[in-house]
Design a protein around this ligand. Structure first.
Ligand code: GLC
Length: 429
């Protein structure tokens, strides 16, 4: 049996550079949807796999394709670091990276810079995928990346503790969440716990959490025409909630260093009553192998907001083909395989990832086994896209700078938002 090879993170760039020097890319021109030629070994490049599923799915492919094997190049966990490595690979015109798992927010930037190829729509089941999810793969109405898994945030909450404190049901507003915590944290069994956490380190996750706070208070960062709208009373109310939550101790101090994995660990260790997180946490926190202390003791609800339920940022990952790669016929087949309904159903069952295929959320048998599906579907379908701009890297950096400065008390929310408004306007095309 052919085993997939995992190339450790640190080696990825060295490998890219070495291969770039050793072999000149045969295909320096951006290919249109017809230019997918050549068969042979390729690489699949994605962020660290916390589910353990990726190597198994690649092994299955490799067994059936001994002459077209896929090597898994595993990049860091953090979205921004993945983006950097993929951009470096493109800028050195290296053929080391073939199929890229791109964050949904990078499609415009990667397509406009000619780093990924336009893909032939007819090869994919796009009609059966959720429309807003497919839209994340389009740039100027052309397909550049195909949904592999979507992502929508949910509020994970401790059912056992809410019941013990006599709180019926999850909160719909931030004020209700705070009141629920007052009661839960007074329980003897809640000693040492904190109320809430999300992802607040200065990285893409902070952009996501900031956008959700703003959106959940009725504001926006940019409107549908791309006009910057972030210096508004609604955005201020959203950012004030996050800043106040840190000041009042609702959010533990250490959450300023949390990415997804640190928060998941805290929730699984029983340190949080509420946690804003993507669906992948569901199966890991429910694992009955002793790794989670909260298995069977939590459920999910829509994120809370200022006056009622809030909104999630639309997350997820799409597959794209690197312009400078070789063996693109194999690459296209692999993209088809890795985005297929069969594979996405497997990822739902084994790792609680969000499929792009809409009907999977409505299947009564699946809902019975995976009760989070209706909440997740709503989260994805109403998910708010982050700005769809070619200069996404600069845009997210500006957002992260402003939000982090407010959370750490370096700038008032007023100052942070007026600075951000100016920065984003300066970046506008
Ligand atoms: C998840 C989402 C992605 C987002 C990232 C932020 O991976 O799918 O869209 O950018 O989290 O950390």
């Amino acid at each position: 049996m052919t085993r997939s090879t995992r190339v450790p993170t640190g080696a990825a760039i060295a490998l890219a550079v070495a291969l770039a020097a050793a072999s000149c890319s045969a295909d320096d021109e951006a290919s249109g949807p017809d230019g997918f030629e050549g068969r042979g070994p390729i690489t699949y490049v994605a962020g660290a796999d916390s589910t353990g599923l990726v190597p198994q799915i690649i092994d299955d492919w490799n067994e059936g394709h001994p002459d077209e094997t896929v090597t898994f190049v595993e990049l860091p966990e953090q979205a921004d670091a993945q983006r950097q490595q993929m951009i470096q690979n493109a800028q050195t015109r290296s053929d080391a990276f073939t199929v890229l798992s791109v964050d949904v927010v990078w499609t415009a930037e990667f397509a406009a810079n000619g780093w990924i190829d336009e893909l032939p729509r007819e090869r994919f089941d796009l009609d059966r995928m959720m429309e807003p999810v497919v839209a994340t793969g389009l740039y100027q109405d052309r397909l550049f990346s195909v949904p592999e898994s979507s992502d929508g945030a949910m509020l994970y909450y401790r059912t056992d503790l809410l019941a013990a404190a006599g709180v019926d049901g999850p909160p719909e507003t931030w004020a209700e969440m705070e009141r629920a915590c007052e009661r839960v944290l007074a329980l003897p069994e809640a000693g040492g716990m904190s109320c809430y956490a999300g992802q607040f380190e200065k990285y893409e996750g902070l952009t996501v959490n900031f956008a959700e706070a703003v959106g959940s208070a009725g504001g926006s960062i940019v409107d549908e025409d791309g006009t910057v709208t972030v210096d508004s009373p609604e955005a201020r109310a959203g950012l004030d909630f996050l800043v106040g939550a840190f000041e009042d101790g609702l959010v533990p101090r250490e959450a300023i260093t949390y990415q997804e994995e640190q928060g998941r660990q805290a929730f699984q260790d029983g340190e949080l009553v509420f946690h804003r997180q993507w669906p992948y946490q569901y199966s890991l926190a429910n694992a009955d192998d002793g790794s989670s202390e909260v298995a069977g003791d939590f459920a999910v609800a829509p994120l809370p907001g200022l006056d009622g339920p809030g909104t999630s940022s639309l997350g997820g990952h799409n597959l794209a083909i690197s312009t400078h790669a070789g063996n693109k016929a194999t690459a296209l087949d692999f993209v088809e395989y890795f985005t297929s309904e069969e594979k996405q159903l497997r990822a739902l069952r084994e790792a609680s990832l969000a499929p792009a295929y809409e009907h999977l959320y409505d299947d009564p048998e699946l809902i019975e086994e995976y009760p989070y599906l209706p909440v997740l579907k709503e989260s994805v379908l109403t998910g708010v896209p982050r700005p769809r701009v070619v200069r996404y890297g600069d845009t997210t950096t500006a957002i992260q700078d402003a939000a982090y400065a407010a959370l750490t008390g370096d700038r008032t929310t007023e100052q942070a938002l007026s600075d951000l408004q100016a920065d984003l306007e300066a970046l506008a095309p």
